[in-house]
Design a protein around this ligand. Structure first.
Ligand code: ATP
Ligand code: MG
Length: 580
């Protein structure tokens, strides 16, 4: 749509990890990359050892591993060695409780140090870590605890009373609940007491790269969340992708804003950065423009991994606000989770002095698969190119057979060749669905995209969201991005509304920026603006909506816009964010 590439100056403060994409891609092998990991002393591979223990044994022993900024302004810092000992204690707690290999250990917690200790301690014990989003209501919590066969839950007394206590009888597998803070409710015990009684030495039992390590529920954007199973071997992909796509270097101060209840919060909020020995900033407070700039400034964050919705909200509050803060330490900004509108990429350059690097992946892939890179020019609106070691393609067909599209630029389903280390190994209790995700040697992602002649991938939409209007295939992302180029528009969600004549008409729901009123004139102006930009695929209808429905992980829920528009049942809304 006429966005100029953002050219990189090659004089940054550090040399990027990936300098010559074509050469590295051509020569890459996962087997060789394995030498970047240490491996358990007795052989085998365990995520926790790669993330923590190997640094605690070396020069990074006293380096900050986690800096947790609490809501009350209190900061807790754990060095790599302190994190090693705390996670050893928790592994001993689990052993003491009789929880072992493969047993599920869940957290229902906000961003507190104990969440990190639980996650890594559970991995050390070869148990399986399953994060649950702390704002889930009782039903979503029950469903996930049950689907996941969770045996041990770590939460707070308040969350336990509000979300779990009344369900406990219906969860026979849930044997132990540990709570953080004083005054454990009946049926729970104190996390702190259990930790105090446990020893701080622990030998990680033999772990194979194929042992189950993580259970992640998908965001539920398109329907009921699925439980994706991941293994210890995934850590290789976490490590390599953080080097290439996030350009992490030892010595970085890294902030990932994803909630730890989702896959990004684990893969890139815990595991990947720790495997690089960097300092991870954890901030417990909710989104607030001033507060976020303050974190970037005060912690001297060098690498920042965030999401399009958050960036769009920062954009809504203006580039001037960003300029009031000292963001000089910031070297690299990346985004994931939703399409990143070119407008936002360019805004980054203007407000932060850095373009935003979009990358693409999903719960099932476990790690970043397609990315823009530090040393490469950024094409605003593109997700970038596949990570070395990842083979991507655009295919057409269906469950009976698919083929790669021959035509460059043709739209098809984004597909990946199985074999990358963090590929999910199952949907829990749904083998059929898992098997159906693989056709003719491809894993089908459910997303539509196109690839330009230079190999850059462009997101078109989720297969379910694509609109068929008067013979055109319309990707909602393209329409949303075009609308966002209008100065009054902060965010947009676009759906197809059934129409007897053209199949579907394109309808847009638009959130306005501060200082703009939802008038009839503005509506007409936006319709005309859309027509000029998009021609035949422009939205015919525009509605103003200051509260577009988002998932808790920050994605616009187009299926909900559509069912509301059509007066249909809303389906699973357990991951709907309320009140924004
Ligand atoms: P569910 O599978 O339950 O419907 P979900 O797909 O939203 O939920 P996630 O695995 O958290 O759950 O999200 C992955 C999806 O998010 C991708 O398949 C894609 O649709 C979208 N996505 C992630 N990153 C990007 C990106 N950079 N550009 C466009 N879309 C993205
Ligand atoms: Mg999905």
């Amino acid at each position: 749509m006429g966005w100029e590439p953002i050219r990189k100056r090659r004089t940054g403060p550090v040399e990027p990890n990936l300098v010559d994409y074509e050469r590295v891609y051509a020569g890459f092998s996962w087997d060789e990359a394995r030498s970047q990991l240490t491996g358990l002393p007795g052989g085998g591979l365990n995520i926790a050892y790669e993330a923590v223990d190997r640094h605690a044994a070396g020069a990074s022993r006293d380096r900050g591993a986690l800096r947790c900024r609490g809501r009350g302004g209190h900061t807790t810092e754990l060095t790599y060695d302190e994190l090693r000992r705390a996670t050893n204690r928790f592994a001993n707690v689990l052993r003491e409780l009789g929880a072992g290999k493969g047993d599920r250990v869940a957290t229902l917690l906000g961003r507190v140090p104990e969440l990190y200790v639980t996650a890594i301690g559970a991995l050390k014990n070869t148990s399986v870590y399953a994060p649950l989003f702390s704002a889930f209501g009782p039903e979503p919590v029950r469903e996930r605890l049950r689907l996941g066969d969770v045996r041990v839950l770590v939460t707070t007394p308040q969350l336990y009373r509000k979300r779990v206590a009344q369900l406990r009888d219906s969860l026979p597998a849930l044997e132990h609940v540990l709570v953080i803070g004083d005054d454990p409710p009946a049926g729970t015990r104190s996390f702190a007491e259990a930790m105090a009684r446990a020893g701080d030495e622990f030998t990680i039992p033999p772990t194979s790269p194929d042992d189950m390590a993580l259970l992640h529920f998908t965001s539920g954007t398109t329907g009921k969340p699925k439980g994706a199973v991941h293994v210890h071997g995934a850590v290789l992909a976490h490590h390599v992708t953080a080097a290439y796509a996030l350009d992490l270097h030892a010595g970085d101060v890294y902030w990932c804003t994803a909630d730890p209840g989702w896959v990004t919060g684990t893969s890139y909020g815990i595991i990947a950065p720790l495997t690089h020995g960097v300092t991870v900033i954890v901030d417990a407070s909710d989104f607030d423009s001033h507060g976020w700039y303050e974190v970037l400034q005060d912690e001297r964050v060098t690498v920042w991994y965030t999401a399009p919705t958050a960036l769009r909200m920062l954009m809504r509050s203006g580039a001037e606000l960003a300029k009031r803060y000292d963001l000089s330490a910031l070297r690299f900004v990346a985004s994931v989770g939703e399409p990143l509108n070119p407008e936002v990429v360019v805004w980054g350059q203007e407000a932060l002095g850095l373009p935003v690097h979009d990358n693409w992946w999903q719960t099932e892939t476990g790690a970043i698969m397609i990315s823009n890179y530090a040393a490469e020019d950024v094409r605003p609106g593109s997700m970038g190119r596949p990570i070395p070691g990842v083979e991507a393609g655009i295919v057409t067909g269906d469950g009976d057979g698919v083929t790669e599209v021959g035509d460059p630029e043709a739209v098809g389903e984004l597909a990946l060749r199985p074999g990358w280390p963090s590929m999910f190994r199952g949907y829990l209790h749904d083998d059929k669905r898992y098997a159906e995700s693989f056709v003719d040697g491809w894993y089908l992602t459910g997303d539509l995209a196109r690839r330009d002649p230079d190999g850059y991938y462009w997101f078109v939409g989720r297969a379910d969201d694509v609109i068929k209007s008067a013979g055109h295939l319309v990707g909602p992302f393209e329409v949303e991005s075009a609308l966002m180029e209008h100065p009054a528009v902060a965010e947009a969600g676009v759906i197809g509304k059934p129409d007897p004549v053209v199949g579907e008409v394109v309808k847009a729901f638009v959130t306005l920026r501060e200082g703009h009123d939802p008038t009839e004139e503005l509506r007409a102006e936006l319709v005309a603006f859309g027509r000029r930009r998009l021609g035949a695929v422009a939205p015919k209808e525009i509605a103003f909506d200051q509260h577009l429905p988002h998932t808790r992980s920050g994605k616009v829920m187009r299926r909900l816009l559509k069912s509301r528009e059509l007066g249909l049942p809303e389906g699973d809304t357990s991951t709907l964010e309320v009140g924004r």
